[in-house]
Write a protein that binds this ligand. Structure first.
Ligand SMILES: Cc1ncc(COP(=O)(O)O)c(C=O)c1O
Length: 351
């Protein structure tokens, strides 16, 4: 059925969507990647133009025989190294459009790190100062990257979690004034950009609408955006929401977990749980084992949330079976966690 869809829509599989995207003004500037097709990269004047249009990799080889095809959006190839470059830029631009963000203002945000990196990157280029409140369990690498971009990073005790970061960010903005708090957990520009741009890229790259998705949520922006699109474009599609064991999206009591970026101690407004056909709990060890497996078998380095997504997506592929297709995302790079013990364990825990 997958092959048929390609034939019907006349989209050559291995050329991907490069030409399709190039002709579509709504998905931004064309940046052809396949030099052997006779096209070259255009000169880019701002790094923000390079956000999005990431490759879609066929990783069906990790699905047991008889399963659906599996495709992963390589979001770690965004300029700031994660999927969060997308909502960061979208939230800044939406606020500039309606006047909530003006020259001379400071952007203040509670973040697990990747949104901070995206906001600092885009914010710098546009001349804004940035201040972030980050739970202190987040990786050293993400904190250093925010600081390298010139952001002020305020670490919050991990026992207080993200809710404390949100309160502290609001308090900082109220005390200092002239601040804009994008608040990725509620900002509608976050899921909107995933629905109108990220999901659209996937459809154009595949040349058809897939039969399922398995994607984790932190703020819910990515899950909600892609799930809205999938519900609309293929009402029979299955939408699986992925969380680490210990997250509360099912209403369970919060317990500590090691994966960063997905799961939460509350259900954010941007996470539309009613779009999820199933909430899949992935133990961190399973997510990390997947990261190592994909590094070796595919050359793909993705962080723990990518490992959790892949683990759940493989299960969905097995359930849907041959002739179907599933999409997921690899939000950031494993390198971003190199100093974490769990990454060392992956290297040292050799059989
Ligand atoms: C590594 C990583 N994976 C996944 C996510 C989840 O994305 P979303 O906030 O769109 O739910 C995040 C969010 O910060 C992240 O940093």
């Amino acid at each position: 059925m997958v092959d048929q869809a390609h034939t019907l829509l006349n989209v050559p599989r291995d050329l991907g969507s490069i030409d399709t995207i190039a002709n579509d003004s709504q998905v931004g500037a064309c940046r052809p990647r396949q030099q052997d097709q006779g096209v070259t990269m255009k000169v880019t004047t701002s790094l923000t133009e390079l956000i999005g249009n990431t490759p879609l990799l066929d990783i069906s080889s990790i699905v047991p025989a008889g399963g659906a095809k599996l495709f992963a959006k390589l979001e770690y190839l965004n300029p700031g190294g994660s999927i969060k470059d997308r909502p960061a830029l979208a939230m800044i631009e939406a606020a500039e459009r309606d006047g909530r963000l003006q020259p001379g203002m400071t952007i203040v945000e509670p973040t697990a790190g990747n949104t901070g990196i995206g906001l600092a990157l885009a914010g710098n280029l546009k001349g804004y100062r940035t201040v972030f409140f980050v739970p202190d369990r987040m990786s050293h690498e993400k904190i250093v990257l925010m600081q390298l971009y010139g952001a002020e990073v305020i670490l919050v005790d991990k026992s207080c979690g993200m809710t404390e970061c949100i309160e502290r960010a609001h308090a900082y903005a109220a005390t200092h004034g002239n601040c804009f708090v994008p608040l990725q957990f509620e900002n509608p520009a976050n899921p909107e950009q995933a629905e109108t741009r990220l999901a659209r890229e996937i459809e154009q790259q595949l040349g058809y609408v897939p039969d399922g998705m398995a994607i984790g949520a932190g703020t819910g922006g990515t899950f909600t955006g892609i799930a809205r699109w999938l519900h609309q474009r293929n009402p029979n599609a299955r939408c699986w929401l992925v969380q680490p064991v210990g997250s509360v999206f099912r209403g369970d009591e919060k317990r500590p977990y090691l994966v960063e970026g997905i799961g939460n101690s509350f259900v954010p407004k941007n996470l539309e749980l009613e779009l999820a056909h199933r909430i899949v709990d992935i133990p961190c060890e399973r997510a990390f084992a997947r990261c190592r497996d994909m590094a070796r078998r595919l050359g793909v380095l993705t962080g723990g949330s990518g490992g959790a997504n892949a683990e759940a997506a493989v299960r969905l592929c097995t359930e849907l079976g041959e002739g179907k297709s599933v999409v997921t995302v690899f939000p950031d790079n494993l390198e971003r966690y190199a100093s974490k013990q769990w990454v060392r364990n992956l290297v040292e825990g050799e059989e």
